[in-house]
Design a protein around this ligand. Structure first.
Ligand SMILES: Nc1ncnc2c1ncn2[C@@H]1O[C@H](COP(=O)(O)OP(=O)(O)OP(=O)(O)O)[C@@H](O)[C@H]1O
Length: 639
């Protein structure tokens, strides 16, 4: 297999080397991977990041777990491991036989590791994500030599709107691989997708169908979720395959067009066929057996007001605030264009969440999403970290060299968070990369790169330009489309955001609501930590509730949160708000100072209470005008 990769990095097309493999190996070569790539160059989430990734995909992990356990019970002691990844290739869950799990862990087949192709070359998880199709990668078909002992069968997991959620994978030693494994992983993936489908469309009308009456009610039946006027809201995988549906059809295409039957007729006859099997003849002469299901709980969903797009990660962030709706509409228009995006907004407003949603909703979603926090990189390491270096480039460098974060984003998205904190010298180098689309690693040769670029900042970059802290030419390079994310206190969709956060937190359990009294306080509070603060407060309150409690009230909040929320009565907030953004900023400055005081100057504790990072807290303090600090001596800061 190795000799299929020539010295010049060309892939020889040989019999048995499938087009999928050839494409994948070619992508690896273009991304600058070498078959000997060291393990520590691939991305790996730390515990906190893994927790956040699991939280983002809590719906998937909760629904997949029982099926993974069932699958494991069927193949126990066969030396396999079952893995679940998210849509970026990060492993979220693993269940396997102890002997093989230990071996698998040595090549990072364990939660937190990223198995995107850019990180680990051709492999079942990463390749299934890019190809959006089930694949088997056997032994030396893996691009990286150290993975050659594995055989992995993987199937992508899609939501009912066609968006990719992740991948289910079964891996084992390639010498014991059995071809049945491929069927098994696809069937289990189908079960997970069906489960996700049923839960997402519990309130919708469903049309179950198949060309064979006996197949109705089985895992192969097609299922469509539809609006009362016959528009398709979602489809399971068999329905997509049987009807040739595309993600863009969701929310738009009518069931009449999709299955050649008049939905109106079907509904008119629905006194009879609901729950019963009806048979129709399609225009092409084929027969279809259908069963209509109308939910009993609550009214079915109305047609979406303007079904311009399929529901996806971006649509999920549109919870009704006019400024956000407009921003998301603008972002959607540039998703498939080479226009850099600059996200602006205070800390915690959701810049990182929005950047990931842009990536997940765009054509590069099968590639890596590489996030770089420019504020967190030590200045002396930033160059090597971003641009990579050749073997032996400098003392202390890794022997094998490093690809660098920019090249890791090849084919995907590079997200430069806190771009305003990038040192000036690096700004010049970054500008050159963006202009030429070529990266030159330290002591290495230039390599062409292709990635979508999103940057984010909570600084006023124009002011930084005026003060000579930020290059204006770089600013215009980054700011192809500039998008401002409003602070939470200015958003009109607080209620919808609360519902969303509580529903995410509830998983499969009941979703609680917030009491009217608390909601009033939430509406008038300044939220200096924005969505991050709201989200962590709701999650804490949720976990303080007894299982039978359905409402979150004041009694579920920590004492300091109660004190904070009460520190700004509605009337006072109103007058502050009418004073404009400056007075609100003033108010949130006061909250920050008071929280530091209440934490006895312990910055870590204060940052935790505010729901912001320590770095952000230091930055906010530095920006507070001296006059706002009433008694400077009382503010004793401890690290
Ligand atoms: N649309 C949303 N719905 C629910 N929760 C959200 C949303 N956006 C953000 N959050 C919550 O806020 C947290 C912080 O979001 P994010 O990291 O994207 O903010 P940020 O603007 O990048 O912050 P910083 O500038 O400090 O890096 C998330 O981890 C999540 O819990």
């Amino acid at each position: 297999m190795r000799n299929r990769l020539s010295e010049r990095g060309e892939i020889a097309t040989m019999p048995g080397f499938s087009p999928v493999l050839a494409r994948s190996w070619q992508r690896c070569v273009s991304a600058g991977l070498s078959p000997e790539r060291p393990r520590n160059e691939a991305r790996h989430l730390d515990d906190r990041e893994l927790g956040e990734a699991m939280e983002r995909q809590s719906g998937l992990t909760a629904r997949a777990r029982p099926i993974i356990e069932y699958l494991h019970s069927q193949i126990r002691d066969s030396g396999c491991i079952i893995l679940l990844s998210d849509q970026n290739g990060f492993l979220l869950d693993a269940v396997g036989d102890p002997g093989f799990s230990d071996r698998a862990a040595q090549v990072a087949l364990r939660p937190g590791a990223c198995w995107a192709e850019n990180d680990r070359g051709t492999n079942a998880v990463g390749t299934a994500l890019i190809e959006a199709a089930p694949v088997v990668i056997h032994g030396p078909e893996h691009f990286l030599e150290r993975n050659g002992f594995l055989a992995c069968a993987a199937a992508p997991l899609a939501a009912s709107d066609g968006s990719l959620l992740g991948v289910l994978d079964i891996s084992c030693d390639y010498r014991i691989y059995h071809p049945h494994t491929f069927g098994l992983v696809r069937a289990a993936a189908q079960m997970i997708e069906n489960r996700m489908f049923e839960i997402s469309h519990v309130r919708d009308i469903k049309l179950r169908f198949h060309a064979s009456a006996q197949a109705l009610g089985t895992v192969v039946e097609g299922v469509l979720a539809i609006t009362p006027d016959g528009r398709i809201l979602g489809a399971n995988r068999p329905a997509v395959e049987l009807l040739g549906l595309r993600p863009a059809d969701m929310g738009r295409k009518s069931v009449n067009d999709a299955i050649d039957c008049r939905f109106g007729d079907l509904l008119a006859r629905d006194c009879r066929p609901i729950g019963e099997v009806a048979e129709i003849r399609r225009r092409d002469g084929g027969r279809l057996y259908l069963r209509l299901e109308v939910p009993r709980i609550g009214p079915p969903r109305r047609a979406p007001p303007s079904p311009a797009w399929p529901a996806d990660a971006l649509a999920a962030l549109d919870t009704g605030d006019a400024q956000m709706t407009r921003a998301i509409g603008q972002l959607r228009r540039v998703l498939d264009k080479p226009i850099p995006i600059l996200l602006r907004g205070e800390t915690g407003v959701g810049k990182d969440v929005l950047a990931r949603a842009i990536h997940d909703s765009g054509p590069r979603r099968g590639g890596a999403f590489v996030a770089v926090n420019c504020a967190a990189l030590p200045e002396n390491l930033i160059e090597a970290e971003l641009f990579g270096y050749a073997p032996g480039a400098f003392t202390g460098a890794r022997r094998e060299g490093s690809t660098g974060r920019i090249r890791e984003a090849q084919g995907g998205t590079l997200f430069l968070d806190e771009i305003g904190d990038m040192p000036l010298s690096m700004q010049t180098r970054l500008l050159r990369v963006l202009e030429e689309r070529i990266v030159t690693p330290l002591a290495g040769r230039p390599v062409p790169v292709d990635f979508a670029l999103i940057s984010a900042t909570n600084r006023d970059l124009k002011a930084d330009i005026a003060q000579g802290r930020f290059r204006s030419d770089l600013f215009y390079r980054l700011n192809g489309l500039g998008v401002s994310i409003p602070p939470l206190r200015h958003r009109s969709d607080l209620d919808a955001l609360i519902t969303r956060i509580l529903a995410q937190d509830a998983g499969q359990g009941p979703t609680r609501i917030v009491s009217d009294a608390l909601l009033d306080a939430f509406r008038t509070y300044a939220w200096p930590g924005n969505l991050r603060q709201l989200s962590s407060l709701l999650r804490i309150a949720n976990s303080m509730c007894d299982p039978e409690e359905t409402e979150i009230g004041w009694q579920h909040l920590p004492d300091e949160a109660v004190a904070e929320l009460r520190s700004l009565p509605a009337s006072q907030a109103g007058s502050k708000d009418s004073g404009g953004a400056a007075s609100l900023r003033d108010h949130s400055d006061q909250i920050i100072l008071r929280t530091i005081e209440a934490s006895n100057g312990n910055m870590s504790a204060a940052a935790r209470r505010l729901g912001i990072s320590r770095n952000t807290l230091y930055r906010r303090i530095a920006a507070i005008p001296a006059a706002s600090v009433a008694e400077p001596n009382s503010l004793k800061i401890k690290s």
